[in-house]
Design a protein around this ligand. Structure first.
Ligand SMILES: [Zn+2]
Length: 598
């Protein structure tokens, strides 16, 4: 619990926070503390620290200790053997925790991951975590990615005093450089020969200053990426510069799904660039694949048509998909379309607008490596095992690696399947498109086009199921008795209305379905996992964490939620995870869109 620290923005476990002192905004995290200030020699503006060693342990739990006006911040440590934090928390008001013995983490990538995750899990989400004395420009992004909020320049300064010149990728000895590869104020005002010619003390101070400026720049870069919502891409790029950091990210991909699942936004207005093999292991990718299996029901159609993905998203807006859709237009009423793609696996047509299906990009070479093939194959295999019996027939309009993947999966499952592309033939070629059309016409002679309403309704239904769980979609779009359900708007800006009142609309910029109050009331029985119980008040503006009594555990940042209390009911968008809403004392929990007093 915190009085002076507030998390303002989250991207995975990384956060941007605000630290205030005496009612004034003091600093933002990620934050780099300066060594001079830690030693108490800094200016009045610098932060001052009293170590927990100066305070008796039992005093840490007295309200009085924490409510005294402070120009200083008290920093209890997260000791590796201290496991009773949860019992202690209710009486503790703290803004920061410092992770003790942090330098031990550098002995192994596994320790690095475990120590930080254990620390983050044992302290409340709305306090900052400081990992002292180990940050470098090379590892700072990884520290923030793991959930560290505060670092310091101790390492940068000590290395400088030892003549070690740090660079973004690591470090070099000054003697091994030919030139200074940097434009900071130190490096741009002296040549390497001038720097070498300085006396020992001045040279040490100058290199230390360069190291500090470099780290400061790295903190600013990381902060921008967290703010933009594409920090993971930056971390995937940064870890490449050291085997240690690369190992840390790989261990996270293997062992830390639960940790990141709780912290990763469900949608963003930002493209997800899958440039590395680590991208296949992102939570967003795993979550999408799981939801296609657990929160998606294909519409009742006779034919499953498997298509390749396109560079342009949503796929329907691409030239290749325009050709596929034109080829099958007369028979589309029989067909359910499934798009095969990396790294998402399989994307049902109805979900092509959701995040991240409409928001990812991959480097396209035509070559798929073994791990990528294995992952996409496993997604297709799981989809077919689950849904196979719902179709009479499977048609695959695929060529190249897509066809190879599909062939191997259907071979494993002993399924009959019709391929409509010859080997080495492009799926968009005239011959292949004609063959697709003719094969389907042969199989189902009578034309059956898909109605506009049917197409739009299946998309809204699938999106509601994807967001709230199976059942929510049918309840939302199904016509009951003499209801007048209408869907208006151009793809993908669909708006669902009932008797003239809007129930829900697709928000393509986030890949979400947004509910109105009327829509939320209609499916309220299906929203129990996305419900925020609030106190006895009518929210004006956003709902802050202290106003939350309880919240669904499934709720993630940017989820659509309903909130209800003794005096109000409404809809909005979650700005923190459900578990964070419950335990936090500060910060916006729900951005309110519509509210009604009871
Ligand atoms: Zn420099």
């Amino acid at each position: 619990m915190s009085k002076f620290y507030e998390v303002r923005k989250r991207d995975g476990a990384a956060r941007i926070g605000k630290l205030s002192r005496d009612g004034v905004n003091y600093a933002r995290t990620p934050l780099m503390l300066r060594v001079e200030s830690l030693s108490g020699k800094g200016s009045e503006e610098e932060i001052k620290v009293i170590s927990a060693e100066d305070t008796k342990f039992e005093d840490l739990f007295s309200e009085e200790t924490w409510s005294t006006p402070r120009g200083t911040l008290l920093l209890p440590e997260v000791h590796p053997l201290f496991t009773k934090m949860e019992e202690a928390i209710p009486s503790l008001f703290v803004d920061f925790f410092a992770l003790s013995f942090a330098s031990n983490m550098l002995n192994s990538p596994g320790d690095f991951v475990r120590r930080i995750i254990d620390a983050r899990n044992s302290i409340p989400p709305d306090v900052a975590l400081w990992v002292p004395a180990i940050a470098t420009a090379e590892n700072a992004a990884l520290l923030f990615y793991l959930g560290v909020d505060v670092i310091d320049d101790t390492n940068a300064v000590i290395k400088g005093y030892r003549g070690i010149y740090q660079v973004e990728e690591g470090e070099v000895r000054l003697n091994d450089l030919d030139d200074l590869p940097c434009n900071c104020s130190v490096c741009s005002s002296s040549s390497i020969d001038e720097l070498r010619g300085e006396n020992n003390k001045d040279r040490a101070l100058l290199i230390a200053r360069h190291n500090m400026l470099l780290l400061d720049k790295e903190v600013k870069k990381a902060k921008e990426r967290i703010r933009a919502g594409n920090f993971r891409e930056y971390v995937e790029m940064k870890v490449r510069t050291s085997t240690f950091s690369t190992a840390v990210l790989r261990i996270l991909n293997l062992d830390a799904d639960a940790y990141f699942e709780l912290r990763t936004p469900v949608a963003r207005n930002q493209c997800m660039e899958a440039n590395t093999m680590e991208s296949l292991k992102r939570i967003e990718v795993k979550r999408f694949a799981n939801r296609v299996l657990e929160r998606y029901e294909p519409p009742a159609r006779k034919i499953l048509l498997i298509l390749p993905c396109s560079a342009r998203k949503p796929y329907s807006t691409s030239p290749s998909h325009a050709k596929f859709i034109e080829a099958i237009a007369d028979y589309r009423g029989y067909i359910h379309e499934l798009i095969l793609t990396s790294p998402l696996g399989v994307v049902p047509r109805e979900l092509e607008v959701v995040y991240p299906a409409a928001f990812y990009d991959i480097p396209v070479t035509g070559y798929w490596d073994a791990e990528e093939r294995e992952w996409v194959s496993s997604c297709l295999r799981a989809y077919l095992e689950r849904n196979l019996r719902k179709y009479e027939l499977i048609v695959a309009h695929l060529s190249g690696a897509y066809k190879e993947i599909c062939s191997s999966v259907v071979g494993d499952l002993c399924i009959e399947l019709i391929f409509t592309c010859e080997n080495n033939e492009k799926a968009t070629s005239k011959e292949a498109l004609n063959r697709l059309k003719e094969r389907i016409a042969e199989l189902y002679g009578e034309r059956k086009r898909q109605s506009g309403f049917e197409m739009k309704a299946s998309m809204i239904k699938a999106m509601a199921d994807y967001q709230f769980g199976i059942g929510a979609g049918s309840e939302l779009v199904a016509r009951k008795e003499d209801e007048r359900i209408k869907i208006t708007g151009k793809f993908p800006y669909y708006k669902l209305s009932l008797d003239g009142g809007v129930l829900a609309r697709i928000v393509p910029s986030y890949g979400l379905l947004a509910l109105t109050m009327k829509g939320a009331r209609r499916i309220v029985d299906y929203l129990s996992s996305y419900k925020v119980e609030i106190g006895d008040f009518v929210p004006e503006g956003s709902i802050l964490a202290p106003g939350v009594v309880n919240a669904g555990e499934q709720i993630r940042v940017n989820d659509e939620v309903v909130f209800a209390g003794a005096k109000a009911f409404g809809v909005g968008r979650a700005k923190m995870s459900g578990w964070e809403m419950v335990v936090s004392r500060k910060g916006v929990a729900v951005q309110v869109r519509e509210v009604k007093g009871i």
